[in-house]
Design a protein around this ligand. Structure first.
Ligand code: AMP
Ligand code: MG
Length: 406
């Protein structure tokens, strides 16, 4: 049995980022940029007004004989239009925020610092002196032609999408999303819309994993459930190998019908199949042809927890992310963990920030079949291997499942 750290290292060593592709800008959220973004034109593209007001020559704003100067209004520039004449000394033009500064003008005074007789007025009084460049946003103030504004390998968030939009990148080069085949196993497992019959249970794993895979940024493909026969598994695997990653659940333990390992040996190789942890000791990792296969345990809690610890980092690495693991923090385990496990124990818990500390409460019965122990859990408290106990009020490390990867 290998440690969680060794398992993770051996898995991630086998995973490389996928190829790049172009996606429409509005589909780039969360993906990793595959090229540097170099600015092709100055942004903003033209000098424009930061205020609604009047474009003028700054020297015309100087008081004359102690009186506010009066300037003749020669026209108006709205956002989206260009002035058809220049500003001459002694004149001004109405201007709106975002409108190009007319030629000749070197300042804009906001409307609140002027006085005029309504919108039709031909004259405006300038009530304050303004300096050259006042309220003018120069061309290239934000981004300069030739500048690398986004380096490749960053994750694209809403703000990056805004920058890409302003630069006219309607398509974005990104690392593509992995296709992940999800396969359930077991004669007892029926689909969610079938009535329960004696001895049968519904396929919770495939649906849980489908959601978790999607949340990790990949495209899940549920391939249904293989019966506990080698023929049924073979048939499902012919479809599964078309994906970038295969995730199975169940059938990797030591029971008579745990055939996933058999099919891995038959069609590829097993790198390992047991990890010193609880829940989720029977985790197999190998390849079918060149497609990596993560064989998760059948118990739903084990499948969920091992997906978070191993499956999600695999998907993130395929997506080109460099931050692969959720952050860990020290938490005070208010109710403690009394059931001693020789294996490393990942205890489902709810963590909250209270009085300057992170306080954890475990979510009850920690059996690997107790799906309700996942509800309300936003963290996994780590109890080290070797039969340690965490007394109420003691501190432990916890993996924060709802914090972004660090
Ligand atoms: P196995 O590893 O195949 O022996 O499965 C371990 C436990 O997980 C058994 O109780 C199975 O019935 C259960 N199990 C396996 N696959 C699923 C599934 N897709 N959904 C819910 N429970 C499952
Ligand atoms: Mg089974």
């Amino acid at each position: 049995m290998i440690s969680v750290e060794e398992a993770l290292e051996r898995i991630l060593n086998q995973i490389t980022p996928l190829t790049t592709t172009q996606v429409p800008l509005s589909e780039a959220l969360g993906l990793v940029l595959a090229e540097d973004v170099v600015v092709q034109e100055d942004m903003p593209p033209f000098a424009n007004s930061a205020m609604d007001g009047f474009a003028l020559l700054s020297q015309d704003s100087q008081p004359r004989n102690g009186q506010p100067p009066r300037l003749r209004i020669t026209g108006e520039v709205a956002a989206g239009y260009v002035a058809d004449h220049a500003i001459e000394p002694g004149t001004a033009m109405r201007i709106m925020t975002g409108a190009p500064v007319p030629p000749g003008a070197d300042a804009v005074i906001q409307v609140e610092l002027t006085r005029s007789e309504g919108p039709e007025s031909e004259w405006v009084e300038i009530l304050e002196t303004v300096a050259q460049g006042n309220n003018i946003r120069p061309a290239g103030e934000d981004m300069r032609r030739g500048q690398t504004v986004l380096p490749s390998a960053i994750e694209i968030g809403p703000w990056e999408i805004g920058v890409l939009a302003t630069l006219g990148w309607a398509k974005v080069p990104v690392i593509r999303r992995p296709h992940v085949a999800l396969l359930g196993t077991g004669d007892e497992v029926i689909d969610v819309d079938e009535p329960l019959r004696p001895g049968k249970i519904r396929n919770s794993n495939s649906y849980l994993l489908e959601a978790a895979v999607r949340r990790a940024g990949a495209e899940p493909h549920r391939l249904g459930v293989a019966r506990d026969t080698i023929e049924s598994l073979r048939e499902k695997f012919t479809e599964a190998v078309q994906s970038d990653l295969i995730i199975t659940s169940g059938g990797v333990s030591v029971g008579d019908f745990d055939l996933v390992k058999n099919i891995m040996t038959e069609q590829g190789e097993i790198h390992f199949w047991r990890i010193n942890m609880r829940p989720g000791k029977p985790v197999a990792f190998g390849h079918i042809g060149s497609v990596p296969l993560l064989g998760l345990p059948g118990n739903p809690v084990s499948a969920a927890v091992t997906f978070e610890l191993f499956g999600r980092p695999v998907i993130r690495k395929m997506l080109g992310h460099t931050r692969l693991l959720r952050p860990q923090v020290n938490v005070v385990v208010e109710d403690g963990v009394s059931d001693r496990a020789m294996r490393r124990h990942y205890v489902r818990a709810h963590v909250e920030w209270r009085n300057g500390r992170f306080i954890a409460h475990t979510t009850g019965n920690q059996g690997s079949n107790i799906m309700t122990s996942l509800l309300n859990a936003n963290a996994l408290v780590i109890v080290p291997e070797g039969g340690a106990e965490v007394h109420p009020g003691e501190t432990a490390k916890a993996i924060m499942l709802d914090w972004p990867e660090a």
